[in-house]
Design a protein around this ligand. Structure first.
Ligand SMILES: [Zn+2]
Length: 283
């Protein structure tokens, strides 16, 4: 297989320091970040045949799934970003990696061509609200408006209806999860590995936190609006693929768990299996 020698230098809009309301209108600063992509160590992800949409009987909330298979999901929040997300998509395409993007509706409306590219290249897109508020501070009507506006942006961009939600900052409670599950059909997707990349701890730290945190069935969190995060991805992907891991979308991971359940196990939404939020409320 031909491997293009891409020594990408990201000249990025770095106006992405973590803020309560990341938007498409951040003021860009020019800053060079070298992507740590070594074609000699690049690894290709094994293709997956798992279904791309959640299975019947999906649970109300997940932070990881139960499996012994070395399969996990990488997720990116707060994009799409006009320059960083395309760079990320490039390096995912080079490795045949499919990820799940929890996009902000405002950004989806601003960059519909990036949404279209994500879908064309087999990634999953999920709802991260329209304007990135803390859902626990909103009325039910405001929550519905945040979710619907974001859905509308994805429908307008690509006729795509998301099936998963991640609450901004991880701020959530069981009542709101049930509202989103019952009215929108969304499972709430938290995470089991958080490298705290939005604090910008350094490229190698982000890489090592994700590599050391990876487990079968993990859901790993990062943000595609921070230049060092993008720079940390090539080494992380290559190291985990070398260890035998396969990357799939969140919905594929849910299908993997479902497929591994004993015959006869039925999960009813009325008996929703809830999981506690993990990590600090910082994203
Ligand atoms: Zn977020």
């Amino acid at each position: 297989m031909y491997l293009s020698l891409w020594f990408g230098i990201l000249l990025v809009g770095a106006g992405c320091s973590h803020s309560p309301t990341p938007t498409a209108t951040s003021t860009p600063q020019v800053r060079a970040v070298a992507v740590q992509d070594n074609p000699l160590t690049r690894r290709i992800n094994r293709p997956s045949t798992l279904p791309p949409v959640p299975p019947a009987g999906v649970k109300i909330s997940y932070s990881s799934v139960n499996t012994t298979a070395p399969v996990l999901a990488m997720t990116f929040d707060d994009g799409p970003h006009p320059t960083l997300t395309p760079k990320l998509l490039d390096l995912l395409r080079e490795r045949n990696i499919k990820c799940t993007f929890f996009v902000i509706g405002k950004n989806a409306r601003a960059y519909p061509h990036i949404i279209q590219r994500m879908i064309a290249e087999g990634h999953e897109i999920a709802n991260h609200t329209w304007n990135h508020p803390s859902l626990t501070s909103l009325s039910d009507a405001q929550i519905r408006q945040e979710l619907r506006a974001s859905e509308d942006a994805l429908m307008a961009a690509a006729n795509y209806r998301p099936r998963l939600i991640r609450p901004p900052y991880g701020a959530i409670n069981t009542r709101i999860k049930q509202l989103m599950f019952a009215e929108f059909g969304y499972s709430t997707i938290m995470w089991s590995v958080d490298p705290q990349d939005w604090r910008r701890p350094g490229v190698s730290v982000v890489t090592s936190r994700l590599v050391s945190g990876a487990r079968p069935g993990a859901i790993m969190l990062a943000h595609d609006i921070h230049p060092p995060t993008i720079a940390a991805m090539p080494a992380m992907f290559d190291q985990l693929i070398s260890k035998g891991y396969q990357f799939v979308t969140v919905s594929q991971l849910l299908n993997l768990e479902k497929a591994g359940m004993p015959v006869g196990v039925v999960i009813s939404p009325a008996q929703a299996v809830d999981e506690p939020a993990t990590g600090a409320l910082t994203r």
